[in-house]
Design a protein. Structure first.
Length: 255
């Protein structure tokens, strides 16, 4: 462990923990959605390793593997001979993806009312109260992650592998824009109200109502387009202007 009490590893896994590559990907993913790494940022390896310092110790090889994970999620683009860059998707494309995601979640909600166990419904309810606690603490990241976990658990309760797979793929690509929308105070208040309705419909196993609420939870296409253009917070410190840092994926050396 380091001075802060964090577990430090260089490769492989630590018993009871996820693989290092996924842990690194999770940290960088949070940096992207919180605009510590804004869209179109060139992901220089030295810069990333400096940002990761104090959170996790990692060599270049698992760092590059983490970027491949984020590339598969649509958060990072790997450019031939140019390294990696944070993606900046088109607002219309984002809106279309959210419309499809809304349809998938609506179907998942309907199936969950038929297939979820009482224990799963209780677990989803407990996660809802964790989200409420984060709301009152004004902990936006914890609130967002609990919010996402609720949706993920409802989708998992559908027991449909195909639906779950397609939902996961789309949701990963929309992770950042959904987080940014949750920065709006009116978004917080409205989401809390809608989640109360979602929980009630799930507890009553009212598939028609739950499906309708989960679809409406995303809003209309025009609202989705406007949301996808929602101004991001001010970016964090810029990369060195002289380009001295190596861009992730350029001139690879063994980590």
């Amino acid at each position: 462990m380091n001075a802060a009490g964090d577990m430090v590893v260089r490769s492989g896994t630590v018993d009871g923990e996820e693989p290092l590559t996924l842990r690194v990907a999770s940290i960088i993913r949070d940096m992207i959605i919180q605009d510590e790494l804004p869209p179109e940022t060139r992901l220089r390896e030295n810069m990333l390793m400096q940002k990761l310092e104090g959170r996790i110790t990692v060599s270049r090889t698992p760092l590059r593997e983490a970027l491949k994970v984020l590339s598969s999620e649509g958060l990072v683009e790997l450019l031939p001979n140019r390294g990696a860059v944070v993606t900046s998707p088109d607002p219309n494309e984002i809106a279309d993806m959210q419309l499809v995601l809304a349809t998938l979640e609506g179907l998942a909600g309907e199936l969950a009312t038929e297939r979820a166990t009482d224990e799963e419904i209780g677990d989803i309810t407990a996660t809802h109260y964790e989200m409420i606690a984060a709301f009152h603490r004004k902990d936006r990241l914890a609130y967002f992650k609990a919010n996402q976990l609720i949706h993920g658990k409802i989708v998992a309760a559908s027991r449909s592998p195909t639906l779950i797979d397609h939902h996961n793929r789309l949701n990963r690509r929309l992770y950042r824009v959904r987080y940014l929308f949750n920065l709006r105070n009116d978004g917080w208040e409205q989401a809390i109200k809608e989640h109360e309705i979602i929980l009630d419909a799930l507890a009553k196993r009212d598939g028609e109502k739950l499906s309708a609420v989960m679809r409406a939870h995303f809003g209309s296409r025009s609202e989705l387009i406007a949301r996808s253009r929602y101004p991001a917070p001010a970016p964090g410190p810029a990369a060195r202007p002289d380009g001295a840092d190596q861009v992730a994926g350029e001139n690879p050396d063994v980590g």
